[in-house]
Design a protein around this ligand. Sequence first.
Ligand code: ZN
Length: 413
Amino acid sequence: MKLNDIQLAQIDAQVKRLIASDSYYGQVLKDAGITEIKSQEDYEKIPFSSKDDLRNAYPLGIQAVPDEEVVRIHSSSGTTGKPVIIPYTKKDVDDWALMFARCYEMAGVTNKDRIQITPGYGLWTAGIGFQAGCERLGAMAVPMGPGNTEKQLQMMMDLKTTVLTATSSYALLLAEEINKRGIRDKVYLKKGIFGSERWSDKMRDYIERELGIELYDIYGLTEIYGPGIGINCNKQHGMHYWDDYIYIEIIDPKTGKAVPDGEEGEIVITTLVKEGAPLLRFRTHDISRIIPGDCPCGSKFPRLDIIKGRSDDMFKVHGVNMFPSQVEEILGLVDGVSSEYKIDIAHDEEKNRDIIMITVEAEGRVDFEKTASVIQGMFKSRHSITPKITVVSVGTLPRTEKKAKRVIDHRDV
Ligand code: ZN
């Protein structure tokens, strides 16, 4: 998708402002010899930015406005090294709330709804984003934050919450708990808005069925406002994103070249009007594609397909590139298997070959040994790999309130 004239003018203004500021990215642009952006070609000369840049600029090197204009910071921890700090101006905070309110509207949420917010508040962007969007829309926020399942369920029943916002793993945990306690008829949920990790169709079906709700995937990352820059509509044909605030290109992660619309690659985002910490061509490491054509819902906002995985989650076994989503796809086809799984990858030094071990959960009614061999056969025929499959009882693998780490590569150590 090429830049339109408005986007081009916005990026040109961002670039000039960054160069004039004494910020980290101003220096990057100066070093790259960039002075203005008048065409798609000019734009494609802008160097990519990444989380590494943000770490290098820690704590506030990317701040592109005077101190008195910054009203808040957020931070993403990441798994290694220094955290990343993102400063926001009042306009940034307002813009984010507006985008988030649009997400709720796209999901059919209105000011009559009661939204239970279970993502965490504080340094990270999740809880406060869901909250600000909810208030902007005029709905009632029930700001729970994460954990304390007992209280979550109590509030959900007593306040007759209609919308649940959560990570998909926590939504699964709540759905299982509601099922176990047999309190489904005391729960008034109509919609679930979940984000921040890739989830399988099986998990989606379970939550949808057990809670009897419509599900929406919200997209976003701390570096680019936070969650709320896109969401799927009720036609379930990908996620609309707000192209008056962000420009998205899809690139081949190896070559860095843009791929045609419809082809899969890494999502790269440029903020168009962000003040506190504008980012140009930020590499998200999320893998998806632009869905070409118009959406049956009638919205003119462009669409991203569901996030297929992280380029850093991609794992290579026997020379084959794989994503957790491909594992999920197979598990979704096997009777009696839950949506939870764990993958361990190791290297057999003696035989000089990779070993992949997959632990899955199955219900007591199915034959574990037979199930393991069915799954193994599917991996063999679809991906030409032969993993070792271990089947355990449902509930054995850990459920978390945070993003679940499902692939453990022992070859790294
Ligand atoms: Zn749509």
